[in-house]
Design a protein around this ligand. Structure first.
Ligand code: FAD
Length: 379
């Protein structure tokens, strides 16, 4: 059932309508085939770009959609309800445009931003390393200053869209400690940059996640974003926004699972009545609905603070924590509602449950979100 959204403008309502149309006509017919075959849906990103859905929260003067974050996130939620892997990739693309938008020079923005925001080039974000995930400040990939730029050595891990994306936000060490990390915008065809084979994941099969290896790769000065040593600040600033994207994806997944569970419970009978009419199951569905609605409220609240120019980092962590835990619980309960059928690949709830798990892990695990929130509480 379509979510009855309270949207701020007519334009936002049109955008949600457009997204549902694209989701129904373009995403829905492809999702099962690509998730099963673990193949990348060529052309889907181009379609989303042409529909203007890849750069909604960025200013129009740079080719963005000029939409409030609150609206962008609800569009993302609609995409996730159809195809979580594609929604995650859209969210990561949006995240990977943030460093240049927020910290790039005018010249850098003019050169690269319009093609990034127009969807002509797709982005990836590479902060994690094999030995440094939650503890990002411990990253080891090294960028050594040389004449005209940097020579990069080292490996990055877990890159969503790895090997497919056209440009990579690379966070690499240019000095010591947490203030010794810098941010670079690296094109895929950089000599010395190669990618590992796609990880064999529990879910999100249609979008590859790979490692990247830098072997004496030269990155010119003009591709450093922000000042030397500003990298971690840039990385975390992008993650505040990105976490809200993951919260929205989680709500989309949870909503899809709830919808499937309700539809099934209205059809299936046991002990002479529809299973939804057994109070034990009706209440389970009611709790699922309450979890979805309240999770949505947390990300919309954080997004409104962002749109108003208020601090929202703590709220983004709350939204990510609440929404992704809700997605895990609701998708697991949806499998329960479908009984044995829910445990098979004939029904989508099985996929939703697998996909929900990653939302509790990436862009800061939920332990890390609790760390962020508790640090705010501790002042
Ligand atoms: C499918 C997928 C896609 C991804 N996409 C990207 C991407 O595009 N770009 C990117 O940079 N990264 C990406 N990641 C990496 C992801 O962000 C990391 O996996 C995540 O940050 C956790 O890091 P880790 O796996 O090294 O776990 P670790 O940091 O080793 O953590 C292991 C466990 O210890 C816990 N833990 C760690 N520190 C603390 C602490 N201080 N207090 C309490 N508990 C703690 C963690 O919560 C976790 O449960 C992706 C990962 C996956 C699986």
């Amino acid at each position: 059932m379509a979510v009855d959204r309270l949207l701020p403008t007519d334009e936002a309502r049109d955008l949600i309508g457009l997204t549902r149309d694209v989701a129904d006509k373009v995403l829905a017919p492809l999702v099962d085939e690509h998730e099963k075959a673990e193949t990348y849906p060529e052309g889907v990103f181009a379609t989303l770009g042409e529909a203007g859905l890849l750069s909604l929260p960025y200013p129009e003067e740079w080719g963005g959609g000029g939409q409030p974050y609150e609206v962008y996130l609800q569009v993302l939620e609609e995409i996730a309800a159809r195809w979580a892997a594609v929604a995650v990739a859209v969210s990561v693309h949006s995240l990977s445009c943030h460093p240049l938008m927020a910290f790039g020079t005018e010249e850098q923005k003019q050169r690269w931003l319009p093609e990034m925001l127009g969807g002509a080039t797709v982005g990836a974000y590479s902060l994690s390393e094999p030995q440094a995930g939650s503890d990002a400040a411990a990253l080891a990939c090294k960028a050594t200053a040389v004449d005209g730029g940097y020579r990069v050595h080292g490996s990055k891990a877990w890159i969503t869209h790895g090997g497919i994306a056209d440009f990579y936000n690379l966070f690499a060490r240019t000095g010591e400690g947490s203030k010794g990390i810098s941010c670079f915008l690296v094109p895929r065809d950089t000599p010395g940059l190669s990618f590992g084979k796609p990880e064999e994941k529990m879910g999100l099969h249609a979008v590859p996640t790979t490692s990247a290896h830098y072997d004496d790769a030269f990155v010119p000065d003009e591709r450093r974003v922000g000042t030397e040593g500003q990298g971690l600040q840039i990385a975390f600033s992008a993650l505040d926004s990105g976490r809200l994207g993951i919260a929205a994806v989680a709500v989309g997944l949870a909503q899809a699972a709830l919808d499937e569970a309700v539809a099934y419970a209205q059809e299936r009978t046991a002990f002479g009545r529809k299973i939804i009419d057994h109070q034990g199951l009706g209440f389970l569905l009611a709790d699922m609905a309450a979890a979805v609605d309240s999770a949505r409220a947390t990300y919309i609240d954080a997004a409104r603070r962002r749109d108003a120019g208020l601090p929202y980092s703590r709220n983004a962590s709350v939204a990510k924590l609440v929404a992704t835990d809700a997605a895990m619980k609701v998708t697991t309960d949806a499998v329960q509602v479908l009984g044995g059928y829910g445990y098979t690949r004939d029904f989508r709830v099985e996929r939703y449950m697998r996909e929900a798990k990653i939302t509790q892990i990436f862009e800061g695990t939920n332990q890390i979100q609790r760390l962020v929130i508790s640090r705010y509480l501790a002042g």
